[in-house]
Design a protein around this ligand. Structure first.
Ligand code: F6R
Length: 596
């Protein structure tokens, strides 16, 4: 949610470096962008509405500057227009901000009483105004930043330039991600690793209450007492191609094609009973599980609930993080709270984790981004190892989360003796062998189905049990990238009102993979067909009532969701592609939702 980049180096090509950094962070927001750099003694700010390519068109690359900050915005406070785009300036200070300043109205009112003028509608401008005010008062930039940090409430990652100090960038953060990186002749600030990978893979994570000072020679970090501290240098383990599109038309398609490799990478670490035991035996002490997440991560939770309850005989409660954090919850020391998140920075999931930790309940993070906030704060952590996911709509991270939850199911089921060691071993082997089935799915064309769906205004996804969980994710995937309205329903629930929406030729996509409820879902499909729907059925057995029947390989039922979801991801992709949508950067969205 908003991308920040900062560069200070010996090379005077700041504009290019900042723009390239912004492009690699565009998935974090793309309704406007801007850049501020030193041109001799002056800070020059250039911003533009729309995608980064609009900013690119108006930048003059012949300008030689070795220091600057830049921002790509996902509007939270104030419309997506040029005035509200970052950077924001006041007096000598220019800033870019990711997050939300919650008390900005109160602060704005106070400042307006003292005749302070505001140019934008954003909460962020207050930061530039406050730092400038305290800079004028103390004549010391660190004191000014520190004082501002004490006053503002909310979440922020902020990069700061001061016109009097042309050889330094300053940065602070709270509840919004920010990394600081160093190469031989330069230092960088970025919201995420892809922005620095062309120059270095070494970085540090700034903690709350710390202030970073970057020069082209070094990075200094001060703690809350303004004393210099040493930080651990981390190394990003992936490589630059992970964050590049390669020969694929879109990141989303590349990431769907990577899913089989992700599964292989994960299963290598868990493919024997011994390895499973070693990695997961901390799960032994719990009688129940609560899973908390947002969006697709929440859908993984729903699927996992069906799996764990059926195969491991342990009750599971699934919660949407934005609801969980503000409602009454009942805590039990024998309950494990699992937080699922690709980014590890989702504001509501992080806040829920903190709520649970206050109650001294054990927590587990199932996280993709190493060293993210949830990864650092959860008691236990399982990395999903999907690598950087650039497309805004999640695909490979979703599948990786699902595989981890399947492994947890297998471990718990084996411990609880709900199935045999033979079943466990054969399922682990089945996971290892999924590659062939996935290749078959990837090699098929979904264009014909996409052409049936692309014209629709409304679509229903139906399923029961695990298939309902998959339907939820299939529906989200389709609507977020193709802008076709769709809803997922438990198949038996449709007739309790929603069936009134079925019209002639309306596509209904049903998923049927569970043997014991196969016929029940078929009955529900018939009910929609009788009202004129066009029925697309994804099933592991032939369905004669289907207008289009996609047969999914009849694998071990625990693994069935993996195959179905890849088919649904491909259908969504092809539909959005046919409609000419901006697949990797759907309108109004951003990856990593660090505001609530
Ligand atoms: C949908 C999607 C979102 C995320 C949700 C949680 O394709 O990507 O629904 O799943 O915003 O994000 P993380 O997993 O980063 O907590």
């Amino acid at each position: 949610m908003c991308g920040i980049v900062g560069y200070i180096g010996k090379e005077k090509n700041a504009l290019r470096i900042l723009l390239n950094g912004l492009k690699s962070l565009e998935y974090r927001g793309y309704d406007s962008s801007g850049i501020a750099y030193f041109d001799n003694d002056k800070i020059i700010t250039i911003k533009e509405k729309g995608k980064i390519e609009e900013l690119e068109k108006i930048l003059d690359y012949s300008i030689k500057s070795n220091i600057g900050i830049a921002h790509t915005r996902w509007a939270t406070c104030g419309d997506a227009n040029k005035t509200n785009a970052h950077p924001h300036s006041c007096g000598k200070i220019t800033i870019v901000h990711n997050g939300i300043i919650e008390n900005y109205n109160e602060l704005k009112n106070q400042l307006q009483k003292n005749n302070k003028k505001f140019i934008s509608e954003t909460d962020s401008e207050i930061i530039a105004i406050l730092i400038n005010k305290y800079y004028e008062e103390y004549q010391d930039i660190i004191m000014a930043i520190n004082k501002t940090k004490e006053i503002i409430k909310g979440s922020y990652a902020i990069a700061i330039l001061c016109e009097d100090i042309k050889d330094k960038i300053f940065a602070i953060r709270k509840d919004s991600p920010l990394i600081i990186a160093k190469s031989k002749n330069a230092a960088f600030i970025a919201s995420d690793v892809p922005a620095i990978l062309n120059y270095t893979n070494k970085y540090i994570i700034l903690n709350e209450n710390e202030i970073a000072i970057l020069t082209n020679q070094n990075i200094t970090v001060l703690n809350d007492k303004l004393q210099q501290i040493k930080k651990k240098l981390l190394t990003f383990k992936g490589n630059i191609t992970d964050a590049q599109k390669g020969n694929f038309k879109h990141f989303m398609l590349k990431e769907i094609f990577e899913e089989k490799d992700v599964i292989k990478r994960i299963i290598k670490k868990y493919n024997t009973v011994e390895k499973l035991n070693n990695k997961l035996n901390f799960l032994d002490k719990y009688n129940s599980i609560t899973i908390i997440g947002c969006g697709s991560a929440y859908h993984v939770g729903i699927i996992a609930k069906y799996l764990i309850e059926e195969y491991a005989n342990i009750p599971v409660n699934v919660e949407i993080a934005s609801e969980f954090r503000y409602k009454k919850n009942f805590f039990d020391k024998k309950n494990l709270a699992i937080f699922i998140s690709q980014s590890g920075e989702t504001a509501d999931t992080l806040a829920s984790l903190r709520e649970v930790k206050k109650e001294k309940i054990d927590t587990l993070g199932v996280i993709n981004v190493p060293e993210s906030s949830i990864a650092r704060e959860a008691d236990n952590i399982i990395y999903t190892e999907a690598g950087p996911e650039i497309a805004v709509a999640t695909t490979k991270a979703f599948t990786a989360q699902l595989i981890i939850m399947i492994l947890i199911t297998l471990y718990l089921g084996y411990k609880n003796k709900t199935f045999t060691k033979d079943f466990l071993n054969s399922t682990l082997t089945n996971i290892d062998n999924l590659e062939e089935e996935i290749n078959n799915i990837l090699n098929k064309s979904y264009k014909e189905i996409a052409s049936k769906i692309a014209q629709a205004k409304n679509i229903f996804f139906l399923g029961r049990n695990i298939d309902y969980g998959i339907a939820l994710e299939g529906s989200l995937k389709l609507k977020e990238i193709s802008y076709i309205h769709s809803e997922a329903y438990p198949a038996g629930e449709l007739k309790h009102g929603t069936i009134s929406l079925i019209e002639k030729n309306m596509p209904v996509i049903s998923i049927i993979t569970k043997e014991h409820i196969f016929d029940k879902t078929i009955s529900n499909i018939k009910e929609t067909k009788a009202r004129g729907s066009f029925n697309i059925v994804i099933s592991n057995k032939q369905v004669i009532d289907a207008d289009i029947n996609i047969l999914v390989p009849d694998v071990n039922p625990i693994l069935q969701p993996i195959l179905v979801i890849i088919i649904l991801q491909l259908i969504s992709y092809e539909t959005a592609n046919l409609k000419g949508c901006d697949i990797d950067k759907p309108r109004n969205l951003a990856k990593s939702v660090t505001v609530e």
